[in-house]
Design a protein around this ligand. Structure first.
Ligand code: SF4
Length: 701
């Protein structure tokens, strides 16, 4: 009899339920879970190929110290000793954790507790900084907390769906399937795609706005100014539930039409049509993803969108609202436990003395980080200039995925002590580790993740644990014990960590914040094993039934009101005579991150076999680039060599290149070596979609 286990896909933030079946010969097959409310049985190509990516080829199966196999005690003692010595000599801010949206919530919770509550530094940041931190910052400015107001169902219920900076068809494929099915069922539904590229998502769009890179702030400012003088404005909602409309409107109204046309690069007729659709369609959802977040104006873009929904009161009602689509499977769970350098656990604020005191008392910890730590780009800069002397990297490959990747690699290589926890023995990052710790992979891990609609689901194990691999939370807890904090890290299973996390989130420990799953505090291991997917919040004594926020106000600023933000349109063009093209990095349908797992599947690799750069046919002619020829893309930071894909899906003056390939595929395949480490000043999120580069045919001589 084959065993079936209900678990969750480990790739994107859609968070699809998966049923994994292991037959008597040990062969694994997967299918979508028809009962999971995020996907109702659907899977995309990556999810369907999960069984092809779980072999042990290349796995790290034992701890290693300086390239030699060691026992766990020896490796953990060394990690604890080197971190303790570094802290004693240079202070707590001389150490850092760089973690990942691939970690489960329980892993994240223990990492955050150790760094902020026991080491006493804020220096824990995550590759989710590269994914959605602008949305977090925008939510906190507007709503007073990092709260996603709606649900996936709203995308199906809307009469107008705006997808801005989102190639939904490739990056969140199951939501795309749900949207496409809804449009088929209700042909009057309208879809607008705002993207410099004509992506596959445009295939179901009624209107494609091929906007200039970073023109979004201006577009949504123009929309706010238009709405303010239209019947769509909701003065009752603005008056009862918001502050700051006057300033936001004044800023928007100051943008004249010529400026709007110039900054967006759009024809006036298309802008008018977009404004008309938004004005006349009450049930509107605006989905946004990396094209909004990964920008030096990412937080302002988010707030420009939120302003329009607040001005019309179209938020938190069925089929209405702004919707941030998170990239990673547990970007949201990491936020919930404070896995960003500028947050505390349970959505509390590190800048808030009362919150720091609440968390410290709950943890009974000797210290609490007194200030935000270093965000990802700044963290690696601090490694480079020697301020950080001990670094623990978990479940991520920054030598491929960070902007200015060559500088990041040099920094890691020069860091006095580097620990890497990973499932693979050889990645571009593991080769620089002093200590390598073998972690559990999908199918072995046990814990929870939270998807883009606030739904917490279980990842359950169904495979034997290979070699000496251990859970990330266990590794962290063992190091915490060895650093002298035995009682605080006495966890015996992920259920105990989740129960503590839930207790900390409860109202009596967390004040009045949005994130409250107090109903799950103290839950038993058995209940944890049986946990069905549920959306937060779920306060003590309640059932999980609040699926939307803010229809009747109830924001999380002290006065209960939302804030309009008076945004400014940013300078958008970074090109110059030497670097005349704008590089936009992104994802393809069938690969995930740096391909350490999806790259194992021949079926997935058959979709697109090698790294490429899209370029418009006329730009190709003018630069002498031939279709399928090799091209060199360079910037002041580095150089990548990829295949040219000449296509009019790409606008003139722009280049699109995926971020997946690494140098194990081919020398100079890492596109992030080219990306400048420019960040949003509020969120710290890198601007990976507007990079000035040169492109030319590659010549080996
Ligand atoms: Fe996995 Fe995302 Fe595909 Fe769902 S849409 S199967 S979560 S990769």
């Amino acid at each position: 009899m084959a065993a079936e286990v209900k678990t969750t896909c480990p790739y994107c933030g859609v968070g699809c339920g998966v049923i994994a079946t292991v037959d008597q010969a040990g062969a694994v097959s997967v299918k979508g879970d028809p009962e999971h409310p995020s996907n109702f049985g659907r899977l995309c190509s990556k999810g369907s190929a999960l069984a092809e990516t779980i072999d042990l080829d290349g796995r790290l199966l034992h701890p290693e110290i300086e390239g030699k196999q060691s026992g766990w005690d020896e490796a953990l003692d060394l990690v604890a000793r080197r971190f303790s010595e570094t802290i004693a000599e240079h202070g707590p801010d001389a150490v850092a954790f760089y973690v990942s949206g691939q970690l489960l919530t329980e892993d994240y919770y223990v990492a955050n507790k150790l760094m902020k509550g026991f080491i006493g530094s804020g220096n824990i940041d995550t590759n989710s900084r590269l994914c959605m931190s602008s949305s977090v910052a925008g939510h906190r400015r507007a709503f007073g907390a990092d709260t996603v107001p709606g649900t996936y169902e709203d995308i199906e219920l809307a009469d107008l769906v705006i997808l801005t900076g989102s190639n939904l068809a490739w990056c969140h494929p199951v939501i795309y399937q749900r949207l496409a099915a809804a449009k088929t069922a209700r042909p009057n539904m309208r879809i607008v795609v705002i993207d410099p590229r004509r992506t596959m998502t445009c295939d179901i769009a009624d209107l494609h706005l091929a906007i200039r890179p970073d023109g979004d702030v201006a577009l949504f400012m123009g929309l706010l100014a238009h709405l303010a003088t239209s019947p769509a404005i909701d003065q009752n909602y603005i008056g009862a539930h918001t502050e700051g409309f006057g300033d936001a409107f004044a800023a928007a109204a100051a943008l004249d039409i010529n400026d709007l046309l110039e900054r967006t690069g759009l024809p006036a007729m298309q802008i008018r049509e977009f404004f008309r659709l938004f004005e006349t369609t009450p049930k509107v959802v605006t989905c946004y993803s990396q094209g909004v977040n990964q920008s030096s104006s990412g937080t302002d873009k988010v707030n420009a969108i939120l302003n329009c929904h607040l001005a019309t009161g179209r938020i938190g009602r069925p089929g209405m609202g702004p919707f941030s689509l998170t990239g990673q499977p547990n970007a949201m769970g990491g936020r919930e436990v404070g896995g960003l350098a500028n947050m505390l656990a349970a959505h509390m604020a590190i800048e808030n003395a009362e919150d720091r005191d609440r968390v410290q008392r709950f943890w009974d910890s000797p210290v609490i980080a007194a200030k935000p730590g270093l965000k990802a780009v700044d963290m690696f800069q601090a490694v480079a200039d020697g301020r950080i002397k001990a670094l623990w990297i978990m479940a991520t490959n920054p030598v491929v995925s960070m902007p200015d990747a060559d500088s990041v690699e040099n920094a890691i290589a020069a860091c006095p002590f580097v620990v890497v926890s990973d499932i693979l023995k050889e990645t571009d990052t593991t080769r620089h580790a002093d200590v390598l710790l073998p972690s559990l992979g999908w199918g072995e891990k046990d814990g929870t993740v939270t998807n883009s609609e606030r739904r917490i689901s279980r990842q359950r194990p169904f495979l034997d644990i290979p070699g000496d691999a251990r859970a990330d939370w266990w590794q962290l807890a063992e190091v915490g014990r060895r650093m002298g904090f035995a009682a605080a890290f006495d966890f015996d299973a992920p259920a105990a960590i989740f129960a503590e996390h839930a207790a900390l989130s409860a109202f009596e420990n967390n004040g009045s914040r949005d994130f409250d799953i107090g109903a799950r505090a103290g839950m038993s291991g058995g209940a944890y094993d049986e946990l069905s997917p549920f959306q937060w919040p779920q306060a003590a004594g309640t059932e999980p039934n609040t699926t939307r926020f803010f229809a009747e106000g109830g924001f999380f600023h002290p006065d209960g009101k939302a804030r309009f933000v008076a945004v400014k349109p940013p300078a958008t063009d970074r090109t110059n005579a030497e670097y005349p093209f704008t590089l936009n990095t992104g994802r393809i349908r069938d690969q995930w991150h740096t391909m350490t797992r999806t790259g194992k599947s021949a079926r997935l690799s058959a979709h697109i076999a090698e790294p490429f750069a899209e370029i418009h046919p006329r730009d190709a002619i003018e630069t002498g680039i031939s279709s399928a020829g090799l091209v060199e893309i360079d910037s002041p930071h580095g150089k990548a060599i990829v295949r040219a894909l000449v296509t009019d899906r790409q606008a003139r003056g722009g280049i699109f290149a995926p971020m997946h390939w690494n140098d194990q595929f081919a020398a100079r395949a890492r596109i992030d070596t080219v990306v400048a480490p420019i960040t949003d000043p509020i969120s710290g999120q890198p601007a990976s979609k507007n990079v000035a580069v040169a492109v030319r045919p590659f010549s080996a001589t």
